[in-house]
Design a protein around this ligand. Structure first.
Ligand code: ATP
Ligand code: MG
Length: 541
């Protein structure tokens, strides 16, 4: 339902209710006052007529009564008039004859009248006694007509007024809705994105206020839209520059990454070189002892060889004399040759030579084997071989092999006590592990200045192999304990130690084997280094 129709119906119904109220109240008032007037007039007329006719009734003067009745009927509103004597005896009558034949029924109210005649009466009294009465019929048709006419006019006026009201509200509604339509189409335009809309403001009423507010809203929206477009543009530019920067940074990062990767490879190579140089350093430390150790057997091998050379010469000269003996046929010459051979045998002390020969050969052989073993051990440490890979190995065997190499450096001033327990084989890098053990043994030996004891112990506890190397050497200052595993930390003279031994050991045990190294030490009393290796029965990559 349109607003216009609603306005018309609303105003018309208010108007109708008000009119209905007004008309009904006015008509009621009109009726009441008129009916009251009629009632009063009828009763006054009846009372007056009773008073006028009283004497004639009392004196039975019927002629006078007849003339009174005729006289009173001159009153145009009266339809009939009757005078009754005692015992309702009719004395005089005039007016509507038809009416006079009907029995008299008094009307109490004008409203009760149903035949257009208001029937009323008045008693004729004298000294308190009733002698008769007068009856009158008052015509109220003209009044009823007047009231009906008034009702019809009121209804006509009401209809005309309602029509006019409807017309005016139609005009008003049309005016208002036209303004609203302008606003509606403008709002639609805005929702479609046309922000340039401007409504023409007419007059100075509420609608024009709404139009002004609408115009300012549209212009605000336009401004906001323009600002938003500007921000969007700025944001886009910012995004683009951010993207560019991110791309640039990505390229830079990639370059840095490459450099890092390169640096990493270089570090790894340097580490490998360092590991090798540490190995070589250990070998270097061993060199002096090794030289000494090789010198001994080499000395007696050489002296044995020179004795053997002398023996061989003696045997050769004896063999030559025997050869000559075999050539001789003459018995005297043969006897002479025998004597010569015998004196030669005595000279050479051939029995001693024969006895000594075995010992010499055996000693020479043993000396050569010792030299070969030492050289083999050194080679094992100085060469990069497959022992860098994880392999199933016996740690006790690793200790024995390392001791063989380190012995020369240690055995002259240190007593070695071994307590090698029953431990399982484990996957490990046997080569690097031997290097760790060698470094710890050499460190212990170096810590012992004059004479001391190095105890080597292995045991298996809580799934770990524990290998401890304890010495009763100089011990370590508490301040230094935290630095022991730092690369290049050494208390040794230049040329005696690189300070890499423990730092490399740490890498091998902790990083490669996921184990641990524990240190206990007391200055002046000695130190104990314990390697903890988790037992692993399968290769871990
Ligand atoms: N058993 C020990 N007793 C006393 N001090 C020790 C012991 N083991 C190590 N240290 C101290 O720790 C230092 C570092 O040892 P590390 O093995 O790392 O290097 P280094 O022995 O000095 O040199 P190298 O590289 O030849 O092994 C040693 O210089 C020494 O002061
Ligand atoms: Mg060392």
């Amino acid at each position: 339902m349109s607003l216009r129709l609603k306005t018309i119906i609303g105003i018309a119904s208010i108007e109708a209710v008000l009119l209905l109220l007004l008309v009904s109240m006015t008509l009621d008032y009109l009726k009441d006052t008129n009916y009251e007037g009629i009632q009063k007039r009828a009763s006054t007329t009846a009372t007056l007529f009773a008073t006028t006719t009283k004497d004639a009734v009392l004196s039975y003067d019927l002629a006078s009564l007849e003339s009174f009745v005729q006289e009173v009927l001159k009153n145009p509103d009266l339809v009939y008039a009757r005078v009754l004597g005692p015992g309702d005896q009719l004395f005089a009558v005039a007016g509507d004859e038809e009416r006079n034949l009907k029995p008299f029924v008094a009307d109490l109210n004008v409203q009760d009248v149903d035949d257009g005649i208001y029937d009323t009466f008045a008693e004729i009294q004298e000294g308190g006694a009733v002698y008769g009465r007068v009856e009158l019929g008052l015509d109220i048709n003209s009044l009823t007509e007047t009231i009906t006419e008034a009702q019809q006019r009121s209804a006509t006026i009401a209809v005309i007024e309602m029509g006019l009201v409807a017309l005016f509200s139609l005009i008003l509604g049309t005016y208002l809705t036209r303004q609203l339509q302008v606003l509606t189409s403008a709002a639609k335009g805005i929702s479609d994105g046309h922000l340039d809309i401007h409504i023409e403001v007419k007059g100075n009423d509420e609608i024009s206020e709404v139009s002004t507010a609408f115009n300012s809203m549209a212009s605000n929206l336009k401004e906001a839209g323009e600002r938003r477009d500007l921000y969007e543009l700025e944001l886009k530019e910012l995004n683009q520059s951010l993207e560019d920067r991110v791309n640039q940074r990505t390229v830079e990062l990639r370059e840095k990454n490459l450099q890092l990767e390169q640096a990493n490879t270089e570090i790894k190579q340097a580490q490998a070189r360092l590991l090798q140089s540490e190995k070589m350093a250990s070998v270097g430390v061993l060199a002096a002892g090794v030289a000494h150790e090789i010198n001994n057997p080499l000395g007696f091998v050489m002296s044995n060889l020179s004795t053997l050379e002398e023996y061989v010469k003696n045997y050769q000269s004896l063999v030559a004399e025997y050869e000559s003996l075999l050539q001789l046929k003459d018995s005297n010459e043969r006897k002479e040759q025998f004597r010569k051979i015998k004196s030669l045998r005595d000279d050479y002390d051939i029995e001693f030579m024969n006895e000594d020969l075995d010992g010499l050969l055996h000693d020479t052989q043993e000396g050569s084997v010792r030299v070969r073993d030492i050289v083999k051990g050194l080679k094992a440490f100085s060469h990069v071989d497959q022992s860098d890979e994880m392999q199933l190995a016996d740690i006790n065997e690793c200790i024995e092999a390392t001791l063989k190499v380190a012995n020369n450096e240690i055995k002259y001033h240190c007593e070695i006590v071994k307590r090698l327990g029953d431990i399982p084989q484990t996957y490990c890098m046997a080569g690097p592990l031997k290097q760790v053990i060698l470094n710890m043994l050499l460190n212990a030996a170096h810590a012992i200045k004059d004479k001391g004891v190095i105890e080597i112990e292995t045991l298996c506890a809580d799934g770990n192999i524990e290998l401890s190397i304890r010495d009763n050497g100089c011990g370590i200052d508490q301040e230094d304990i935290g630095n022991l595993f730092d690369p290049f930390f050494t208390t040794k003279e230049v040329g005696e130690g690189t300070g890499l031994g423990l730092s490399i050991s740490y890498g091998i045990i902790v990083d490669n084997h996921k184990g641990d190294i524990r240190v206990e030490s007391e200055l002046g009393k000695g130190s104990c280094f314990t390697i903890v290796l988790p037992v692993s029965t399968e290769v871990k990559k």
